[in-house]
Design a protein around this ligand. Sequence first.
Ligand code: SF4
Length: 270
Amino acid sequence: MTQKKESACKKPVRGTREWAVAEINCCLGCPHGCRYCYARFDAVLRKGRVTPEQWPVSRQVPEEVAQKHRRFSGQVMFPTAHDIVPENLDACTQVLKNLVAAGNRVLVVSKPHFDCIRHICSEFQDAKKSLLFRFTITARDRKLLDLWEPQAPGYAERKTCLEYAFAEGFATSVSVEPMLDTADVVVMVHELLPYVSHSIWLGKMNRIAERVEADSDTMRMAIEKIVAGQSDRHILRIYEELRDIAKVRWKESVKEVVGLDLPAEPGLDQ
Ligand code: SF4
C-alpha cells in the first residue's frame, strides 16, 4: 500500500488522477468494510497481500510513516488505499506533517471520524492552506450505509466533521462517490452545501461486477438497486438538477453519460 506515483502520462484522466498528481498511503488494511472497496479488491483479491480476515486491521508501514517527501508538482492525495481511523491517527498525522513540511497541498480524503478530524484540525491550525478536506458522504439513509459501509461513521458524524472543519476555517469538499441513493442525492447535496467551501463531487459506483461480491440475496438486491439507480436516466436527471451549482463537480463516470469532456491533465480537481 505504498503508492507514491506521480502521474506524468497522457492517458485519459480518470479516478483519483482527476484530483491529484500523486497518491500517498501509509497503511495496509481498513476497518470500514465498504463493500465496493477498490483497495481491498486490489490488496486481497488481485495481489493477495493480505487475507480477507487480515484486511480489516489497519497495519502501518513504518517506512511510509517516516518518509520525507519532496514537493510534488500539484495537489497530492492522502490516503487513497485506506482511511484515517483512530487506530492509525498518529501515523496519518505524521505523514500529513511530512507532506506539508515539503510544501505540498494535500487533499485529505476520508469517511471521517470526528475525533480524527478534530485532532488534525488542531495539529494544522497554522497550516490550514496546506490541506483540503474531502469527506466521502455517499448517502443519508442509515440502512444503506450499514449495508455498504458497515463499519464507517454514519451520516451524522460525517456531516458534523464537515461542519467542524468548515467552522475551523479549513477548505472543505465532499465526495459522493459512489452515490448510494440517487433518489436522495440532490436533497443531500443541498443539505451539505452550506459547509462546503470548495466542491462536491458526484460519481457512480464503478466496476460493480468485478469488485462487489454478490454473496447473499441481500447483496444481490442491493447491487440491482445501485445499477438501476445509476442508469443514464437518473444520472441525467441529477445532472439537470445540480448543473448550475458552481461547487458541484462530476466524476468521469458522470461526465461520460452527460457528454462532458474528461480533464486533460491530472490533479486539476475541477
Ligand atoms: S474507507 Fe475506503 S479504504 Fe476503507 S474500506 Fe471503505 S473504500 Fe476501502
